[in-house]
Ligand binder design. Structure first.
Ligand code: ZN
Ligand code: ZN
Length: 298
């Protein structure tokens, strides 16, 4: 009897020990990946006057702080990105949204689905007219009255792209986008990103669209502004500062993301690389090649 008890204790202890080792290995492998990727990234430089960090005092959110703060995760089967299009889109603008949807699918590794504007939604309510951009929608009305009531049960987030200009509050001139992290809804305007119908500006509009959407969805998973590296999660005061921001995450933000979504870093990098291969963007293909090589080496 005593022997059996002893054997059982040994067995349970052994299993616990194995579990602890495998948890530690998993944890350590993300640390190692972060370390291997670090030399490929630039530390954030001192901000120039007028840049985001010159005007906003932001604190560094380490991976440990992020995990301890219990970030928003894909609880209860909420594992899809839903996209709504609000307004009239030209064929080129439709192409921007569909390419952005594909990019978000590959970046976040989450299925992307479209949802229509609800028939009874009056998104023009509270809109106002501007001389330069025409009708300007109330971004808060879109979040609260159009998006939040139709948030699908399996949605990680519901985001809307619009061709209308947006304003957040009556005393503000405009805003590129607005998101409610609590309600997991967000709206972004492509109105001020350039003219998608002009072939010379198409790529710029696309790049600004994916930078904004990737950044804001990152916030929806509780990732704060990155102050340590040049990173897609850097804050930016205007579209020109945004243009200088990478489309990719720094090693620490990537670790937060992959830990949160329980994803493999190499698979993330391989997926996003496949997008840039399709786009023939050799600079980014090179960056992803170097990243994959760095984490594959012993
Ligand atoms: Zn932000
Ligand atoms: Zn970062």
């Amino acid at each position: 009897m005593l022997n059996q008890k002893y054997v059982r204790t040994l067995l349970v202890g052994g299993i616990l020990c194995l579990l602890m080792i495998s948890c530690k290995e998993k944890k350590d492998s993300r640390v190692v990946i972060q370390q291997k990727l670090t030399p490929l990234h630039k530390l954030k430089e001192q901000p120039m006057p007028g840049e985001w960090l010159a005007e906003h005092k932001e604190t560094y959110q380490s991976f440990e702080t992020y995990v301890n703060k219990k970030p928003t995760r894909l609880d209860g089967g909420r594992d899809k990105i839903y996209i709504m299009r609000i307004g009239t889109f030209s064929p080129a603008e439709l192409q921007i949204v569909s390419k952005a949807a594909r990019y978000l699918w590959l970046f976040y590794g989450l299925q992307v689905k479209y949802v229509s504007v609800p028939e009874n939604a009056n998104f023009l309510k509270d809109s106002r007219e501007r001389e330069d951009t025409g009708i300007q929608l109330s971004a808060s009305l879109i979040l609260n009255d159009v998006l939040a009531p139709v948030l699908p049960g399996d949605a990680a987030v519901l985001i809307a792209f619009t061709t209308y200009d947006l304003y957040p509050r009556p005393d503000w001139n405009y805003v590129f986008g607005l998101a409610s992290l609590k309600k997991r809804v967000g709206v972004w305007s492509i109105n001020r990103f350039g003219c998608a119908d002009n072939p010379k500006e198409f790529d710029q509009v696309f790049q600004r669209t994916i930078r904004t959407a990737t950044h804001e969805i990152g916030h929806m998973f509780s990732i704060r502004h990155c102050v340590k590296y040049e990173c897609c999660m850097n804050g930016s005061n205007n579209k020109y500062e945004m243009d200088g921001r990478p489309t990719y995450f720094c090693p620490e933000c990537l670790r937060k993301l992959c830990w949160n979504l329980k994803q493999d870093e190499k698979q993330h990098l391989t997926r996003v690389r496949s997008f840039w291969i399709n786009e023939k963007n050799y600079e980014l293909i090179g960056f992803y090649d170097r990243s994959i090589k760095a984490i594959s080496e012993d």
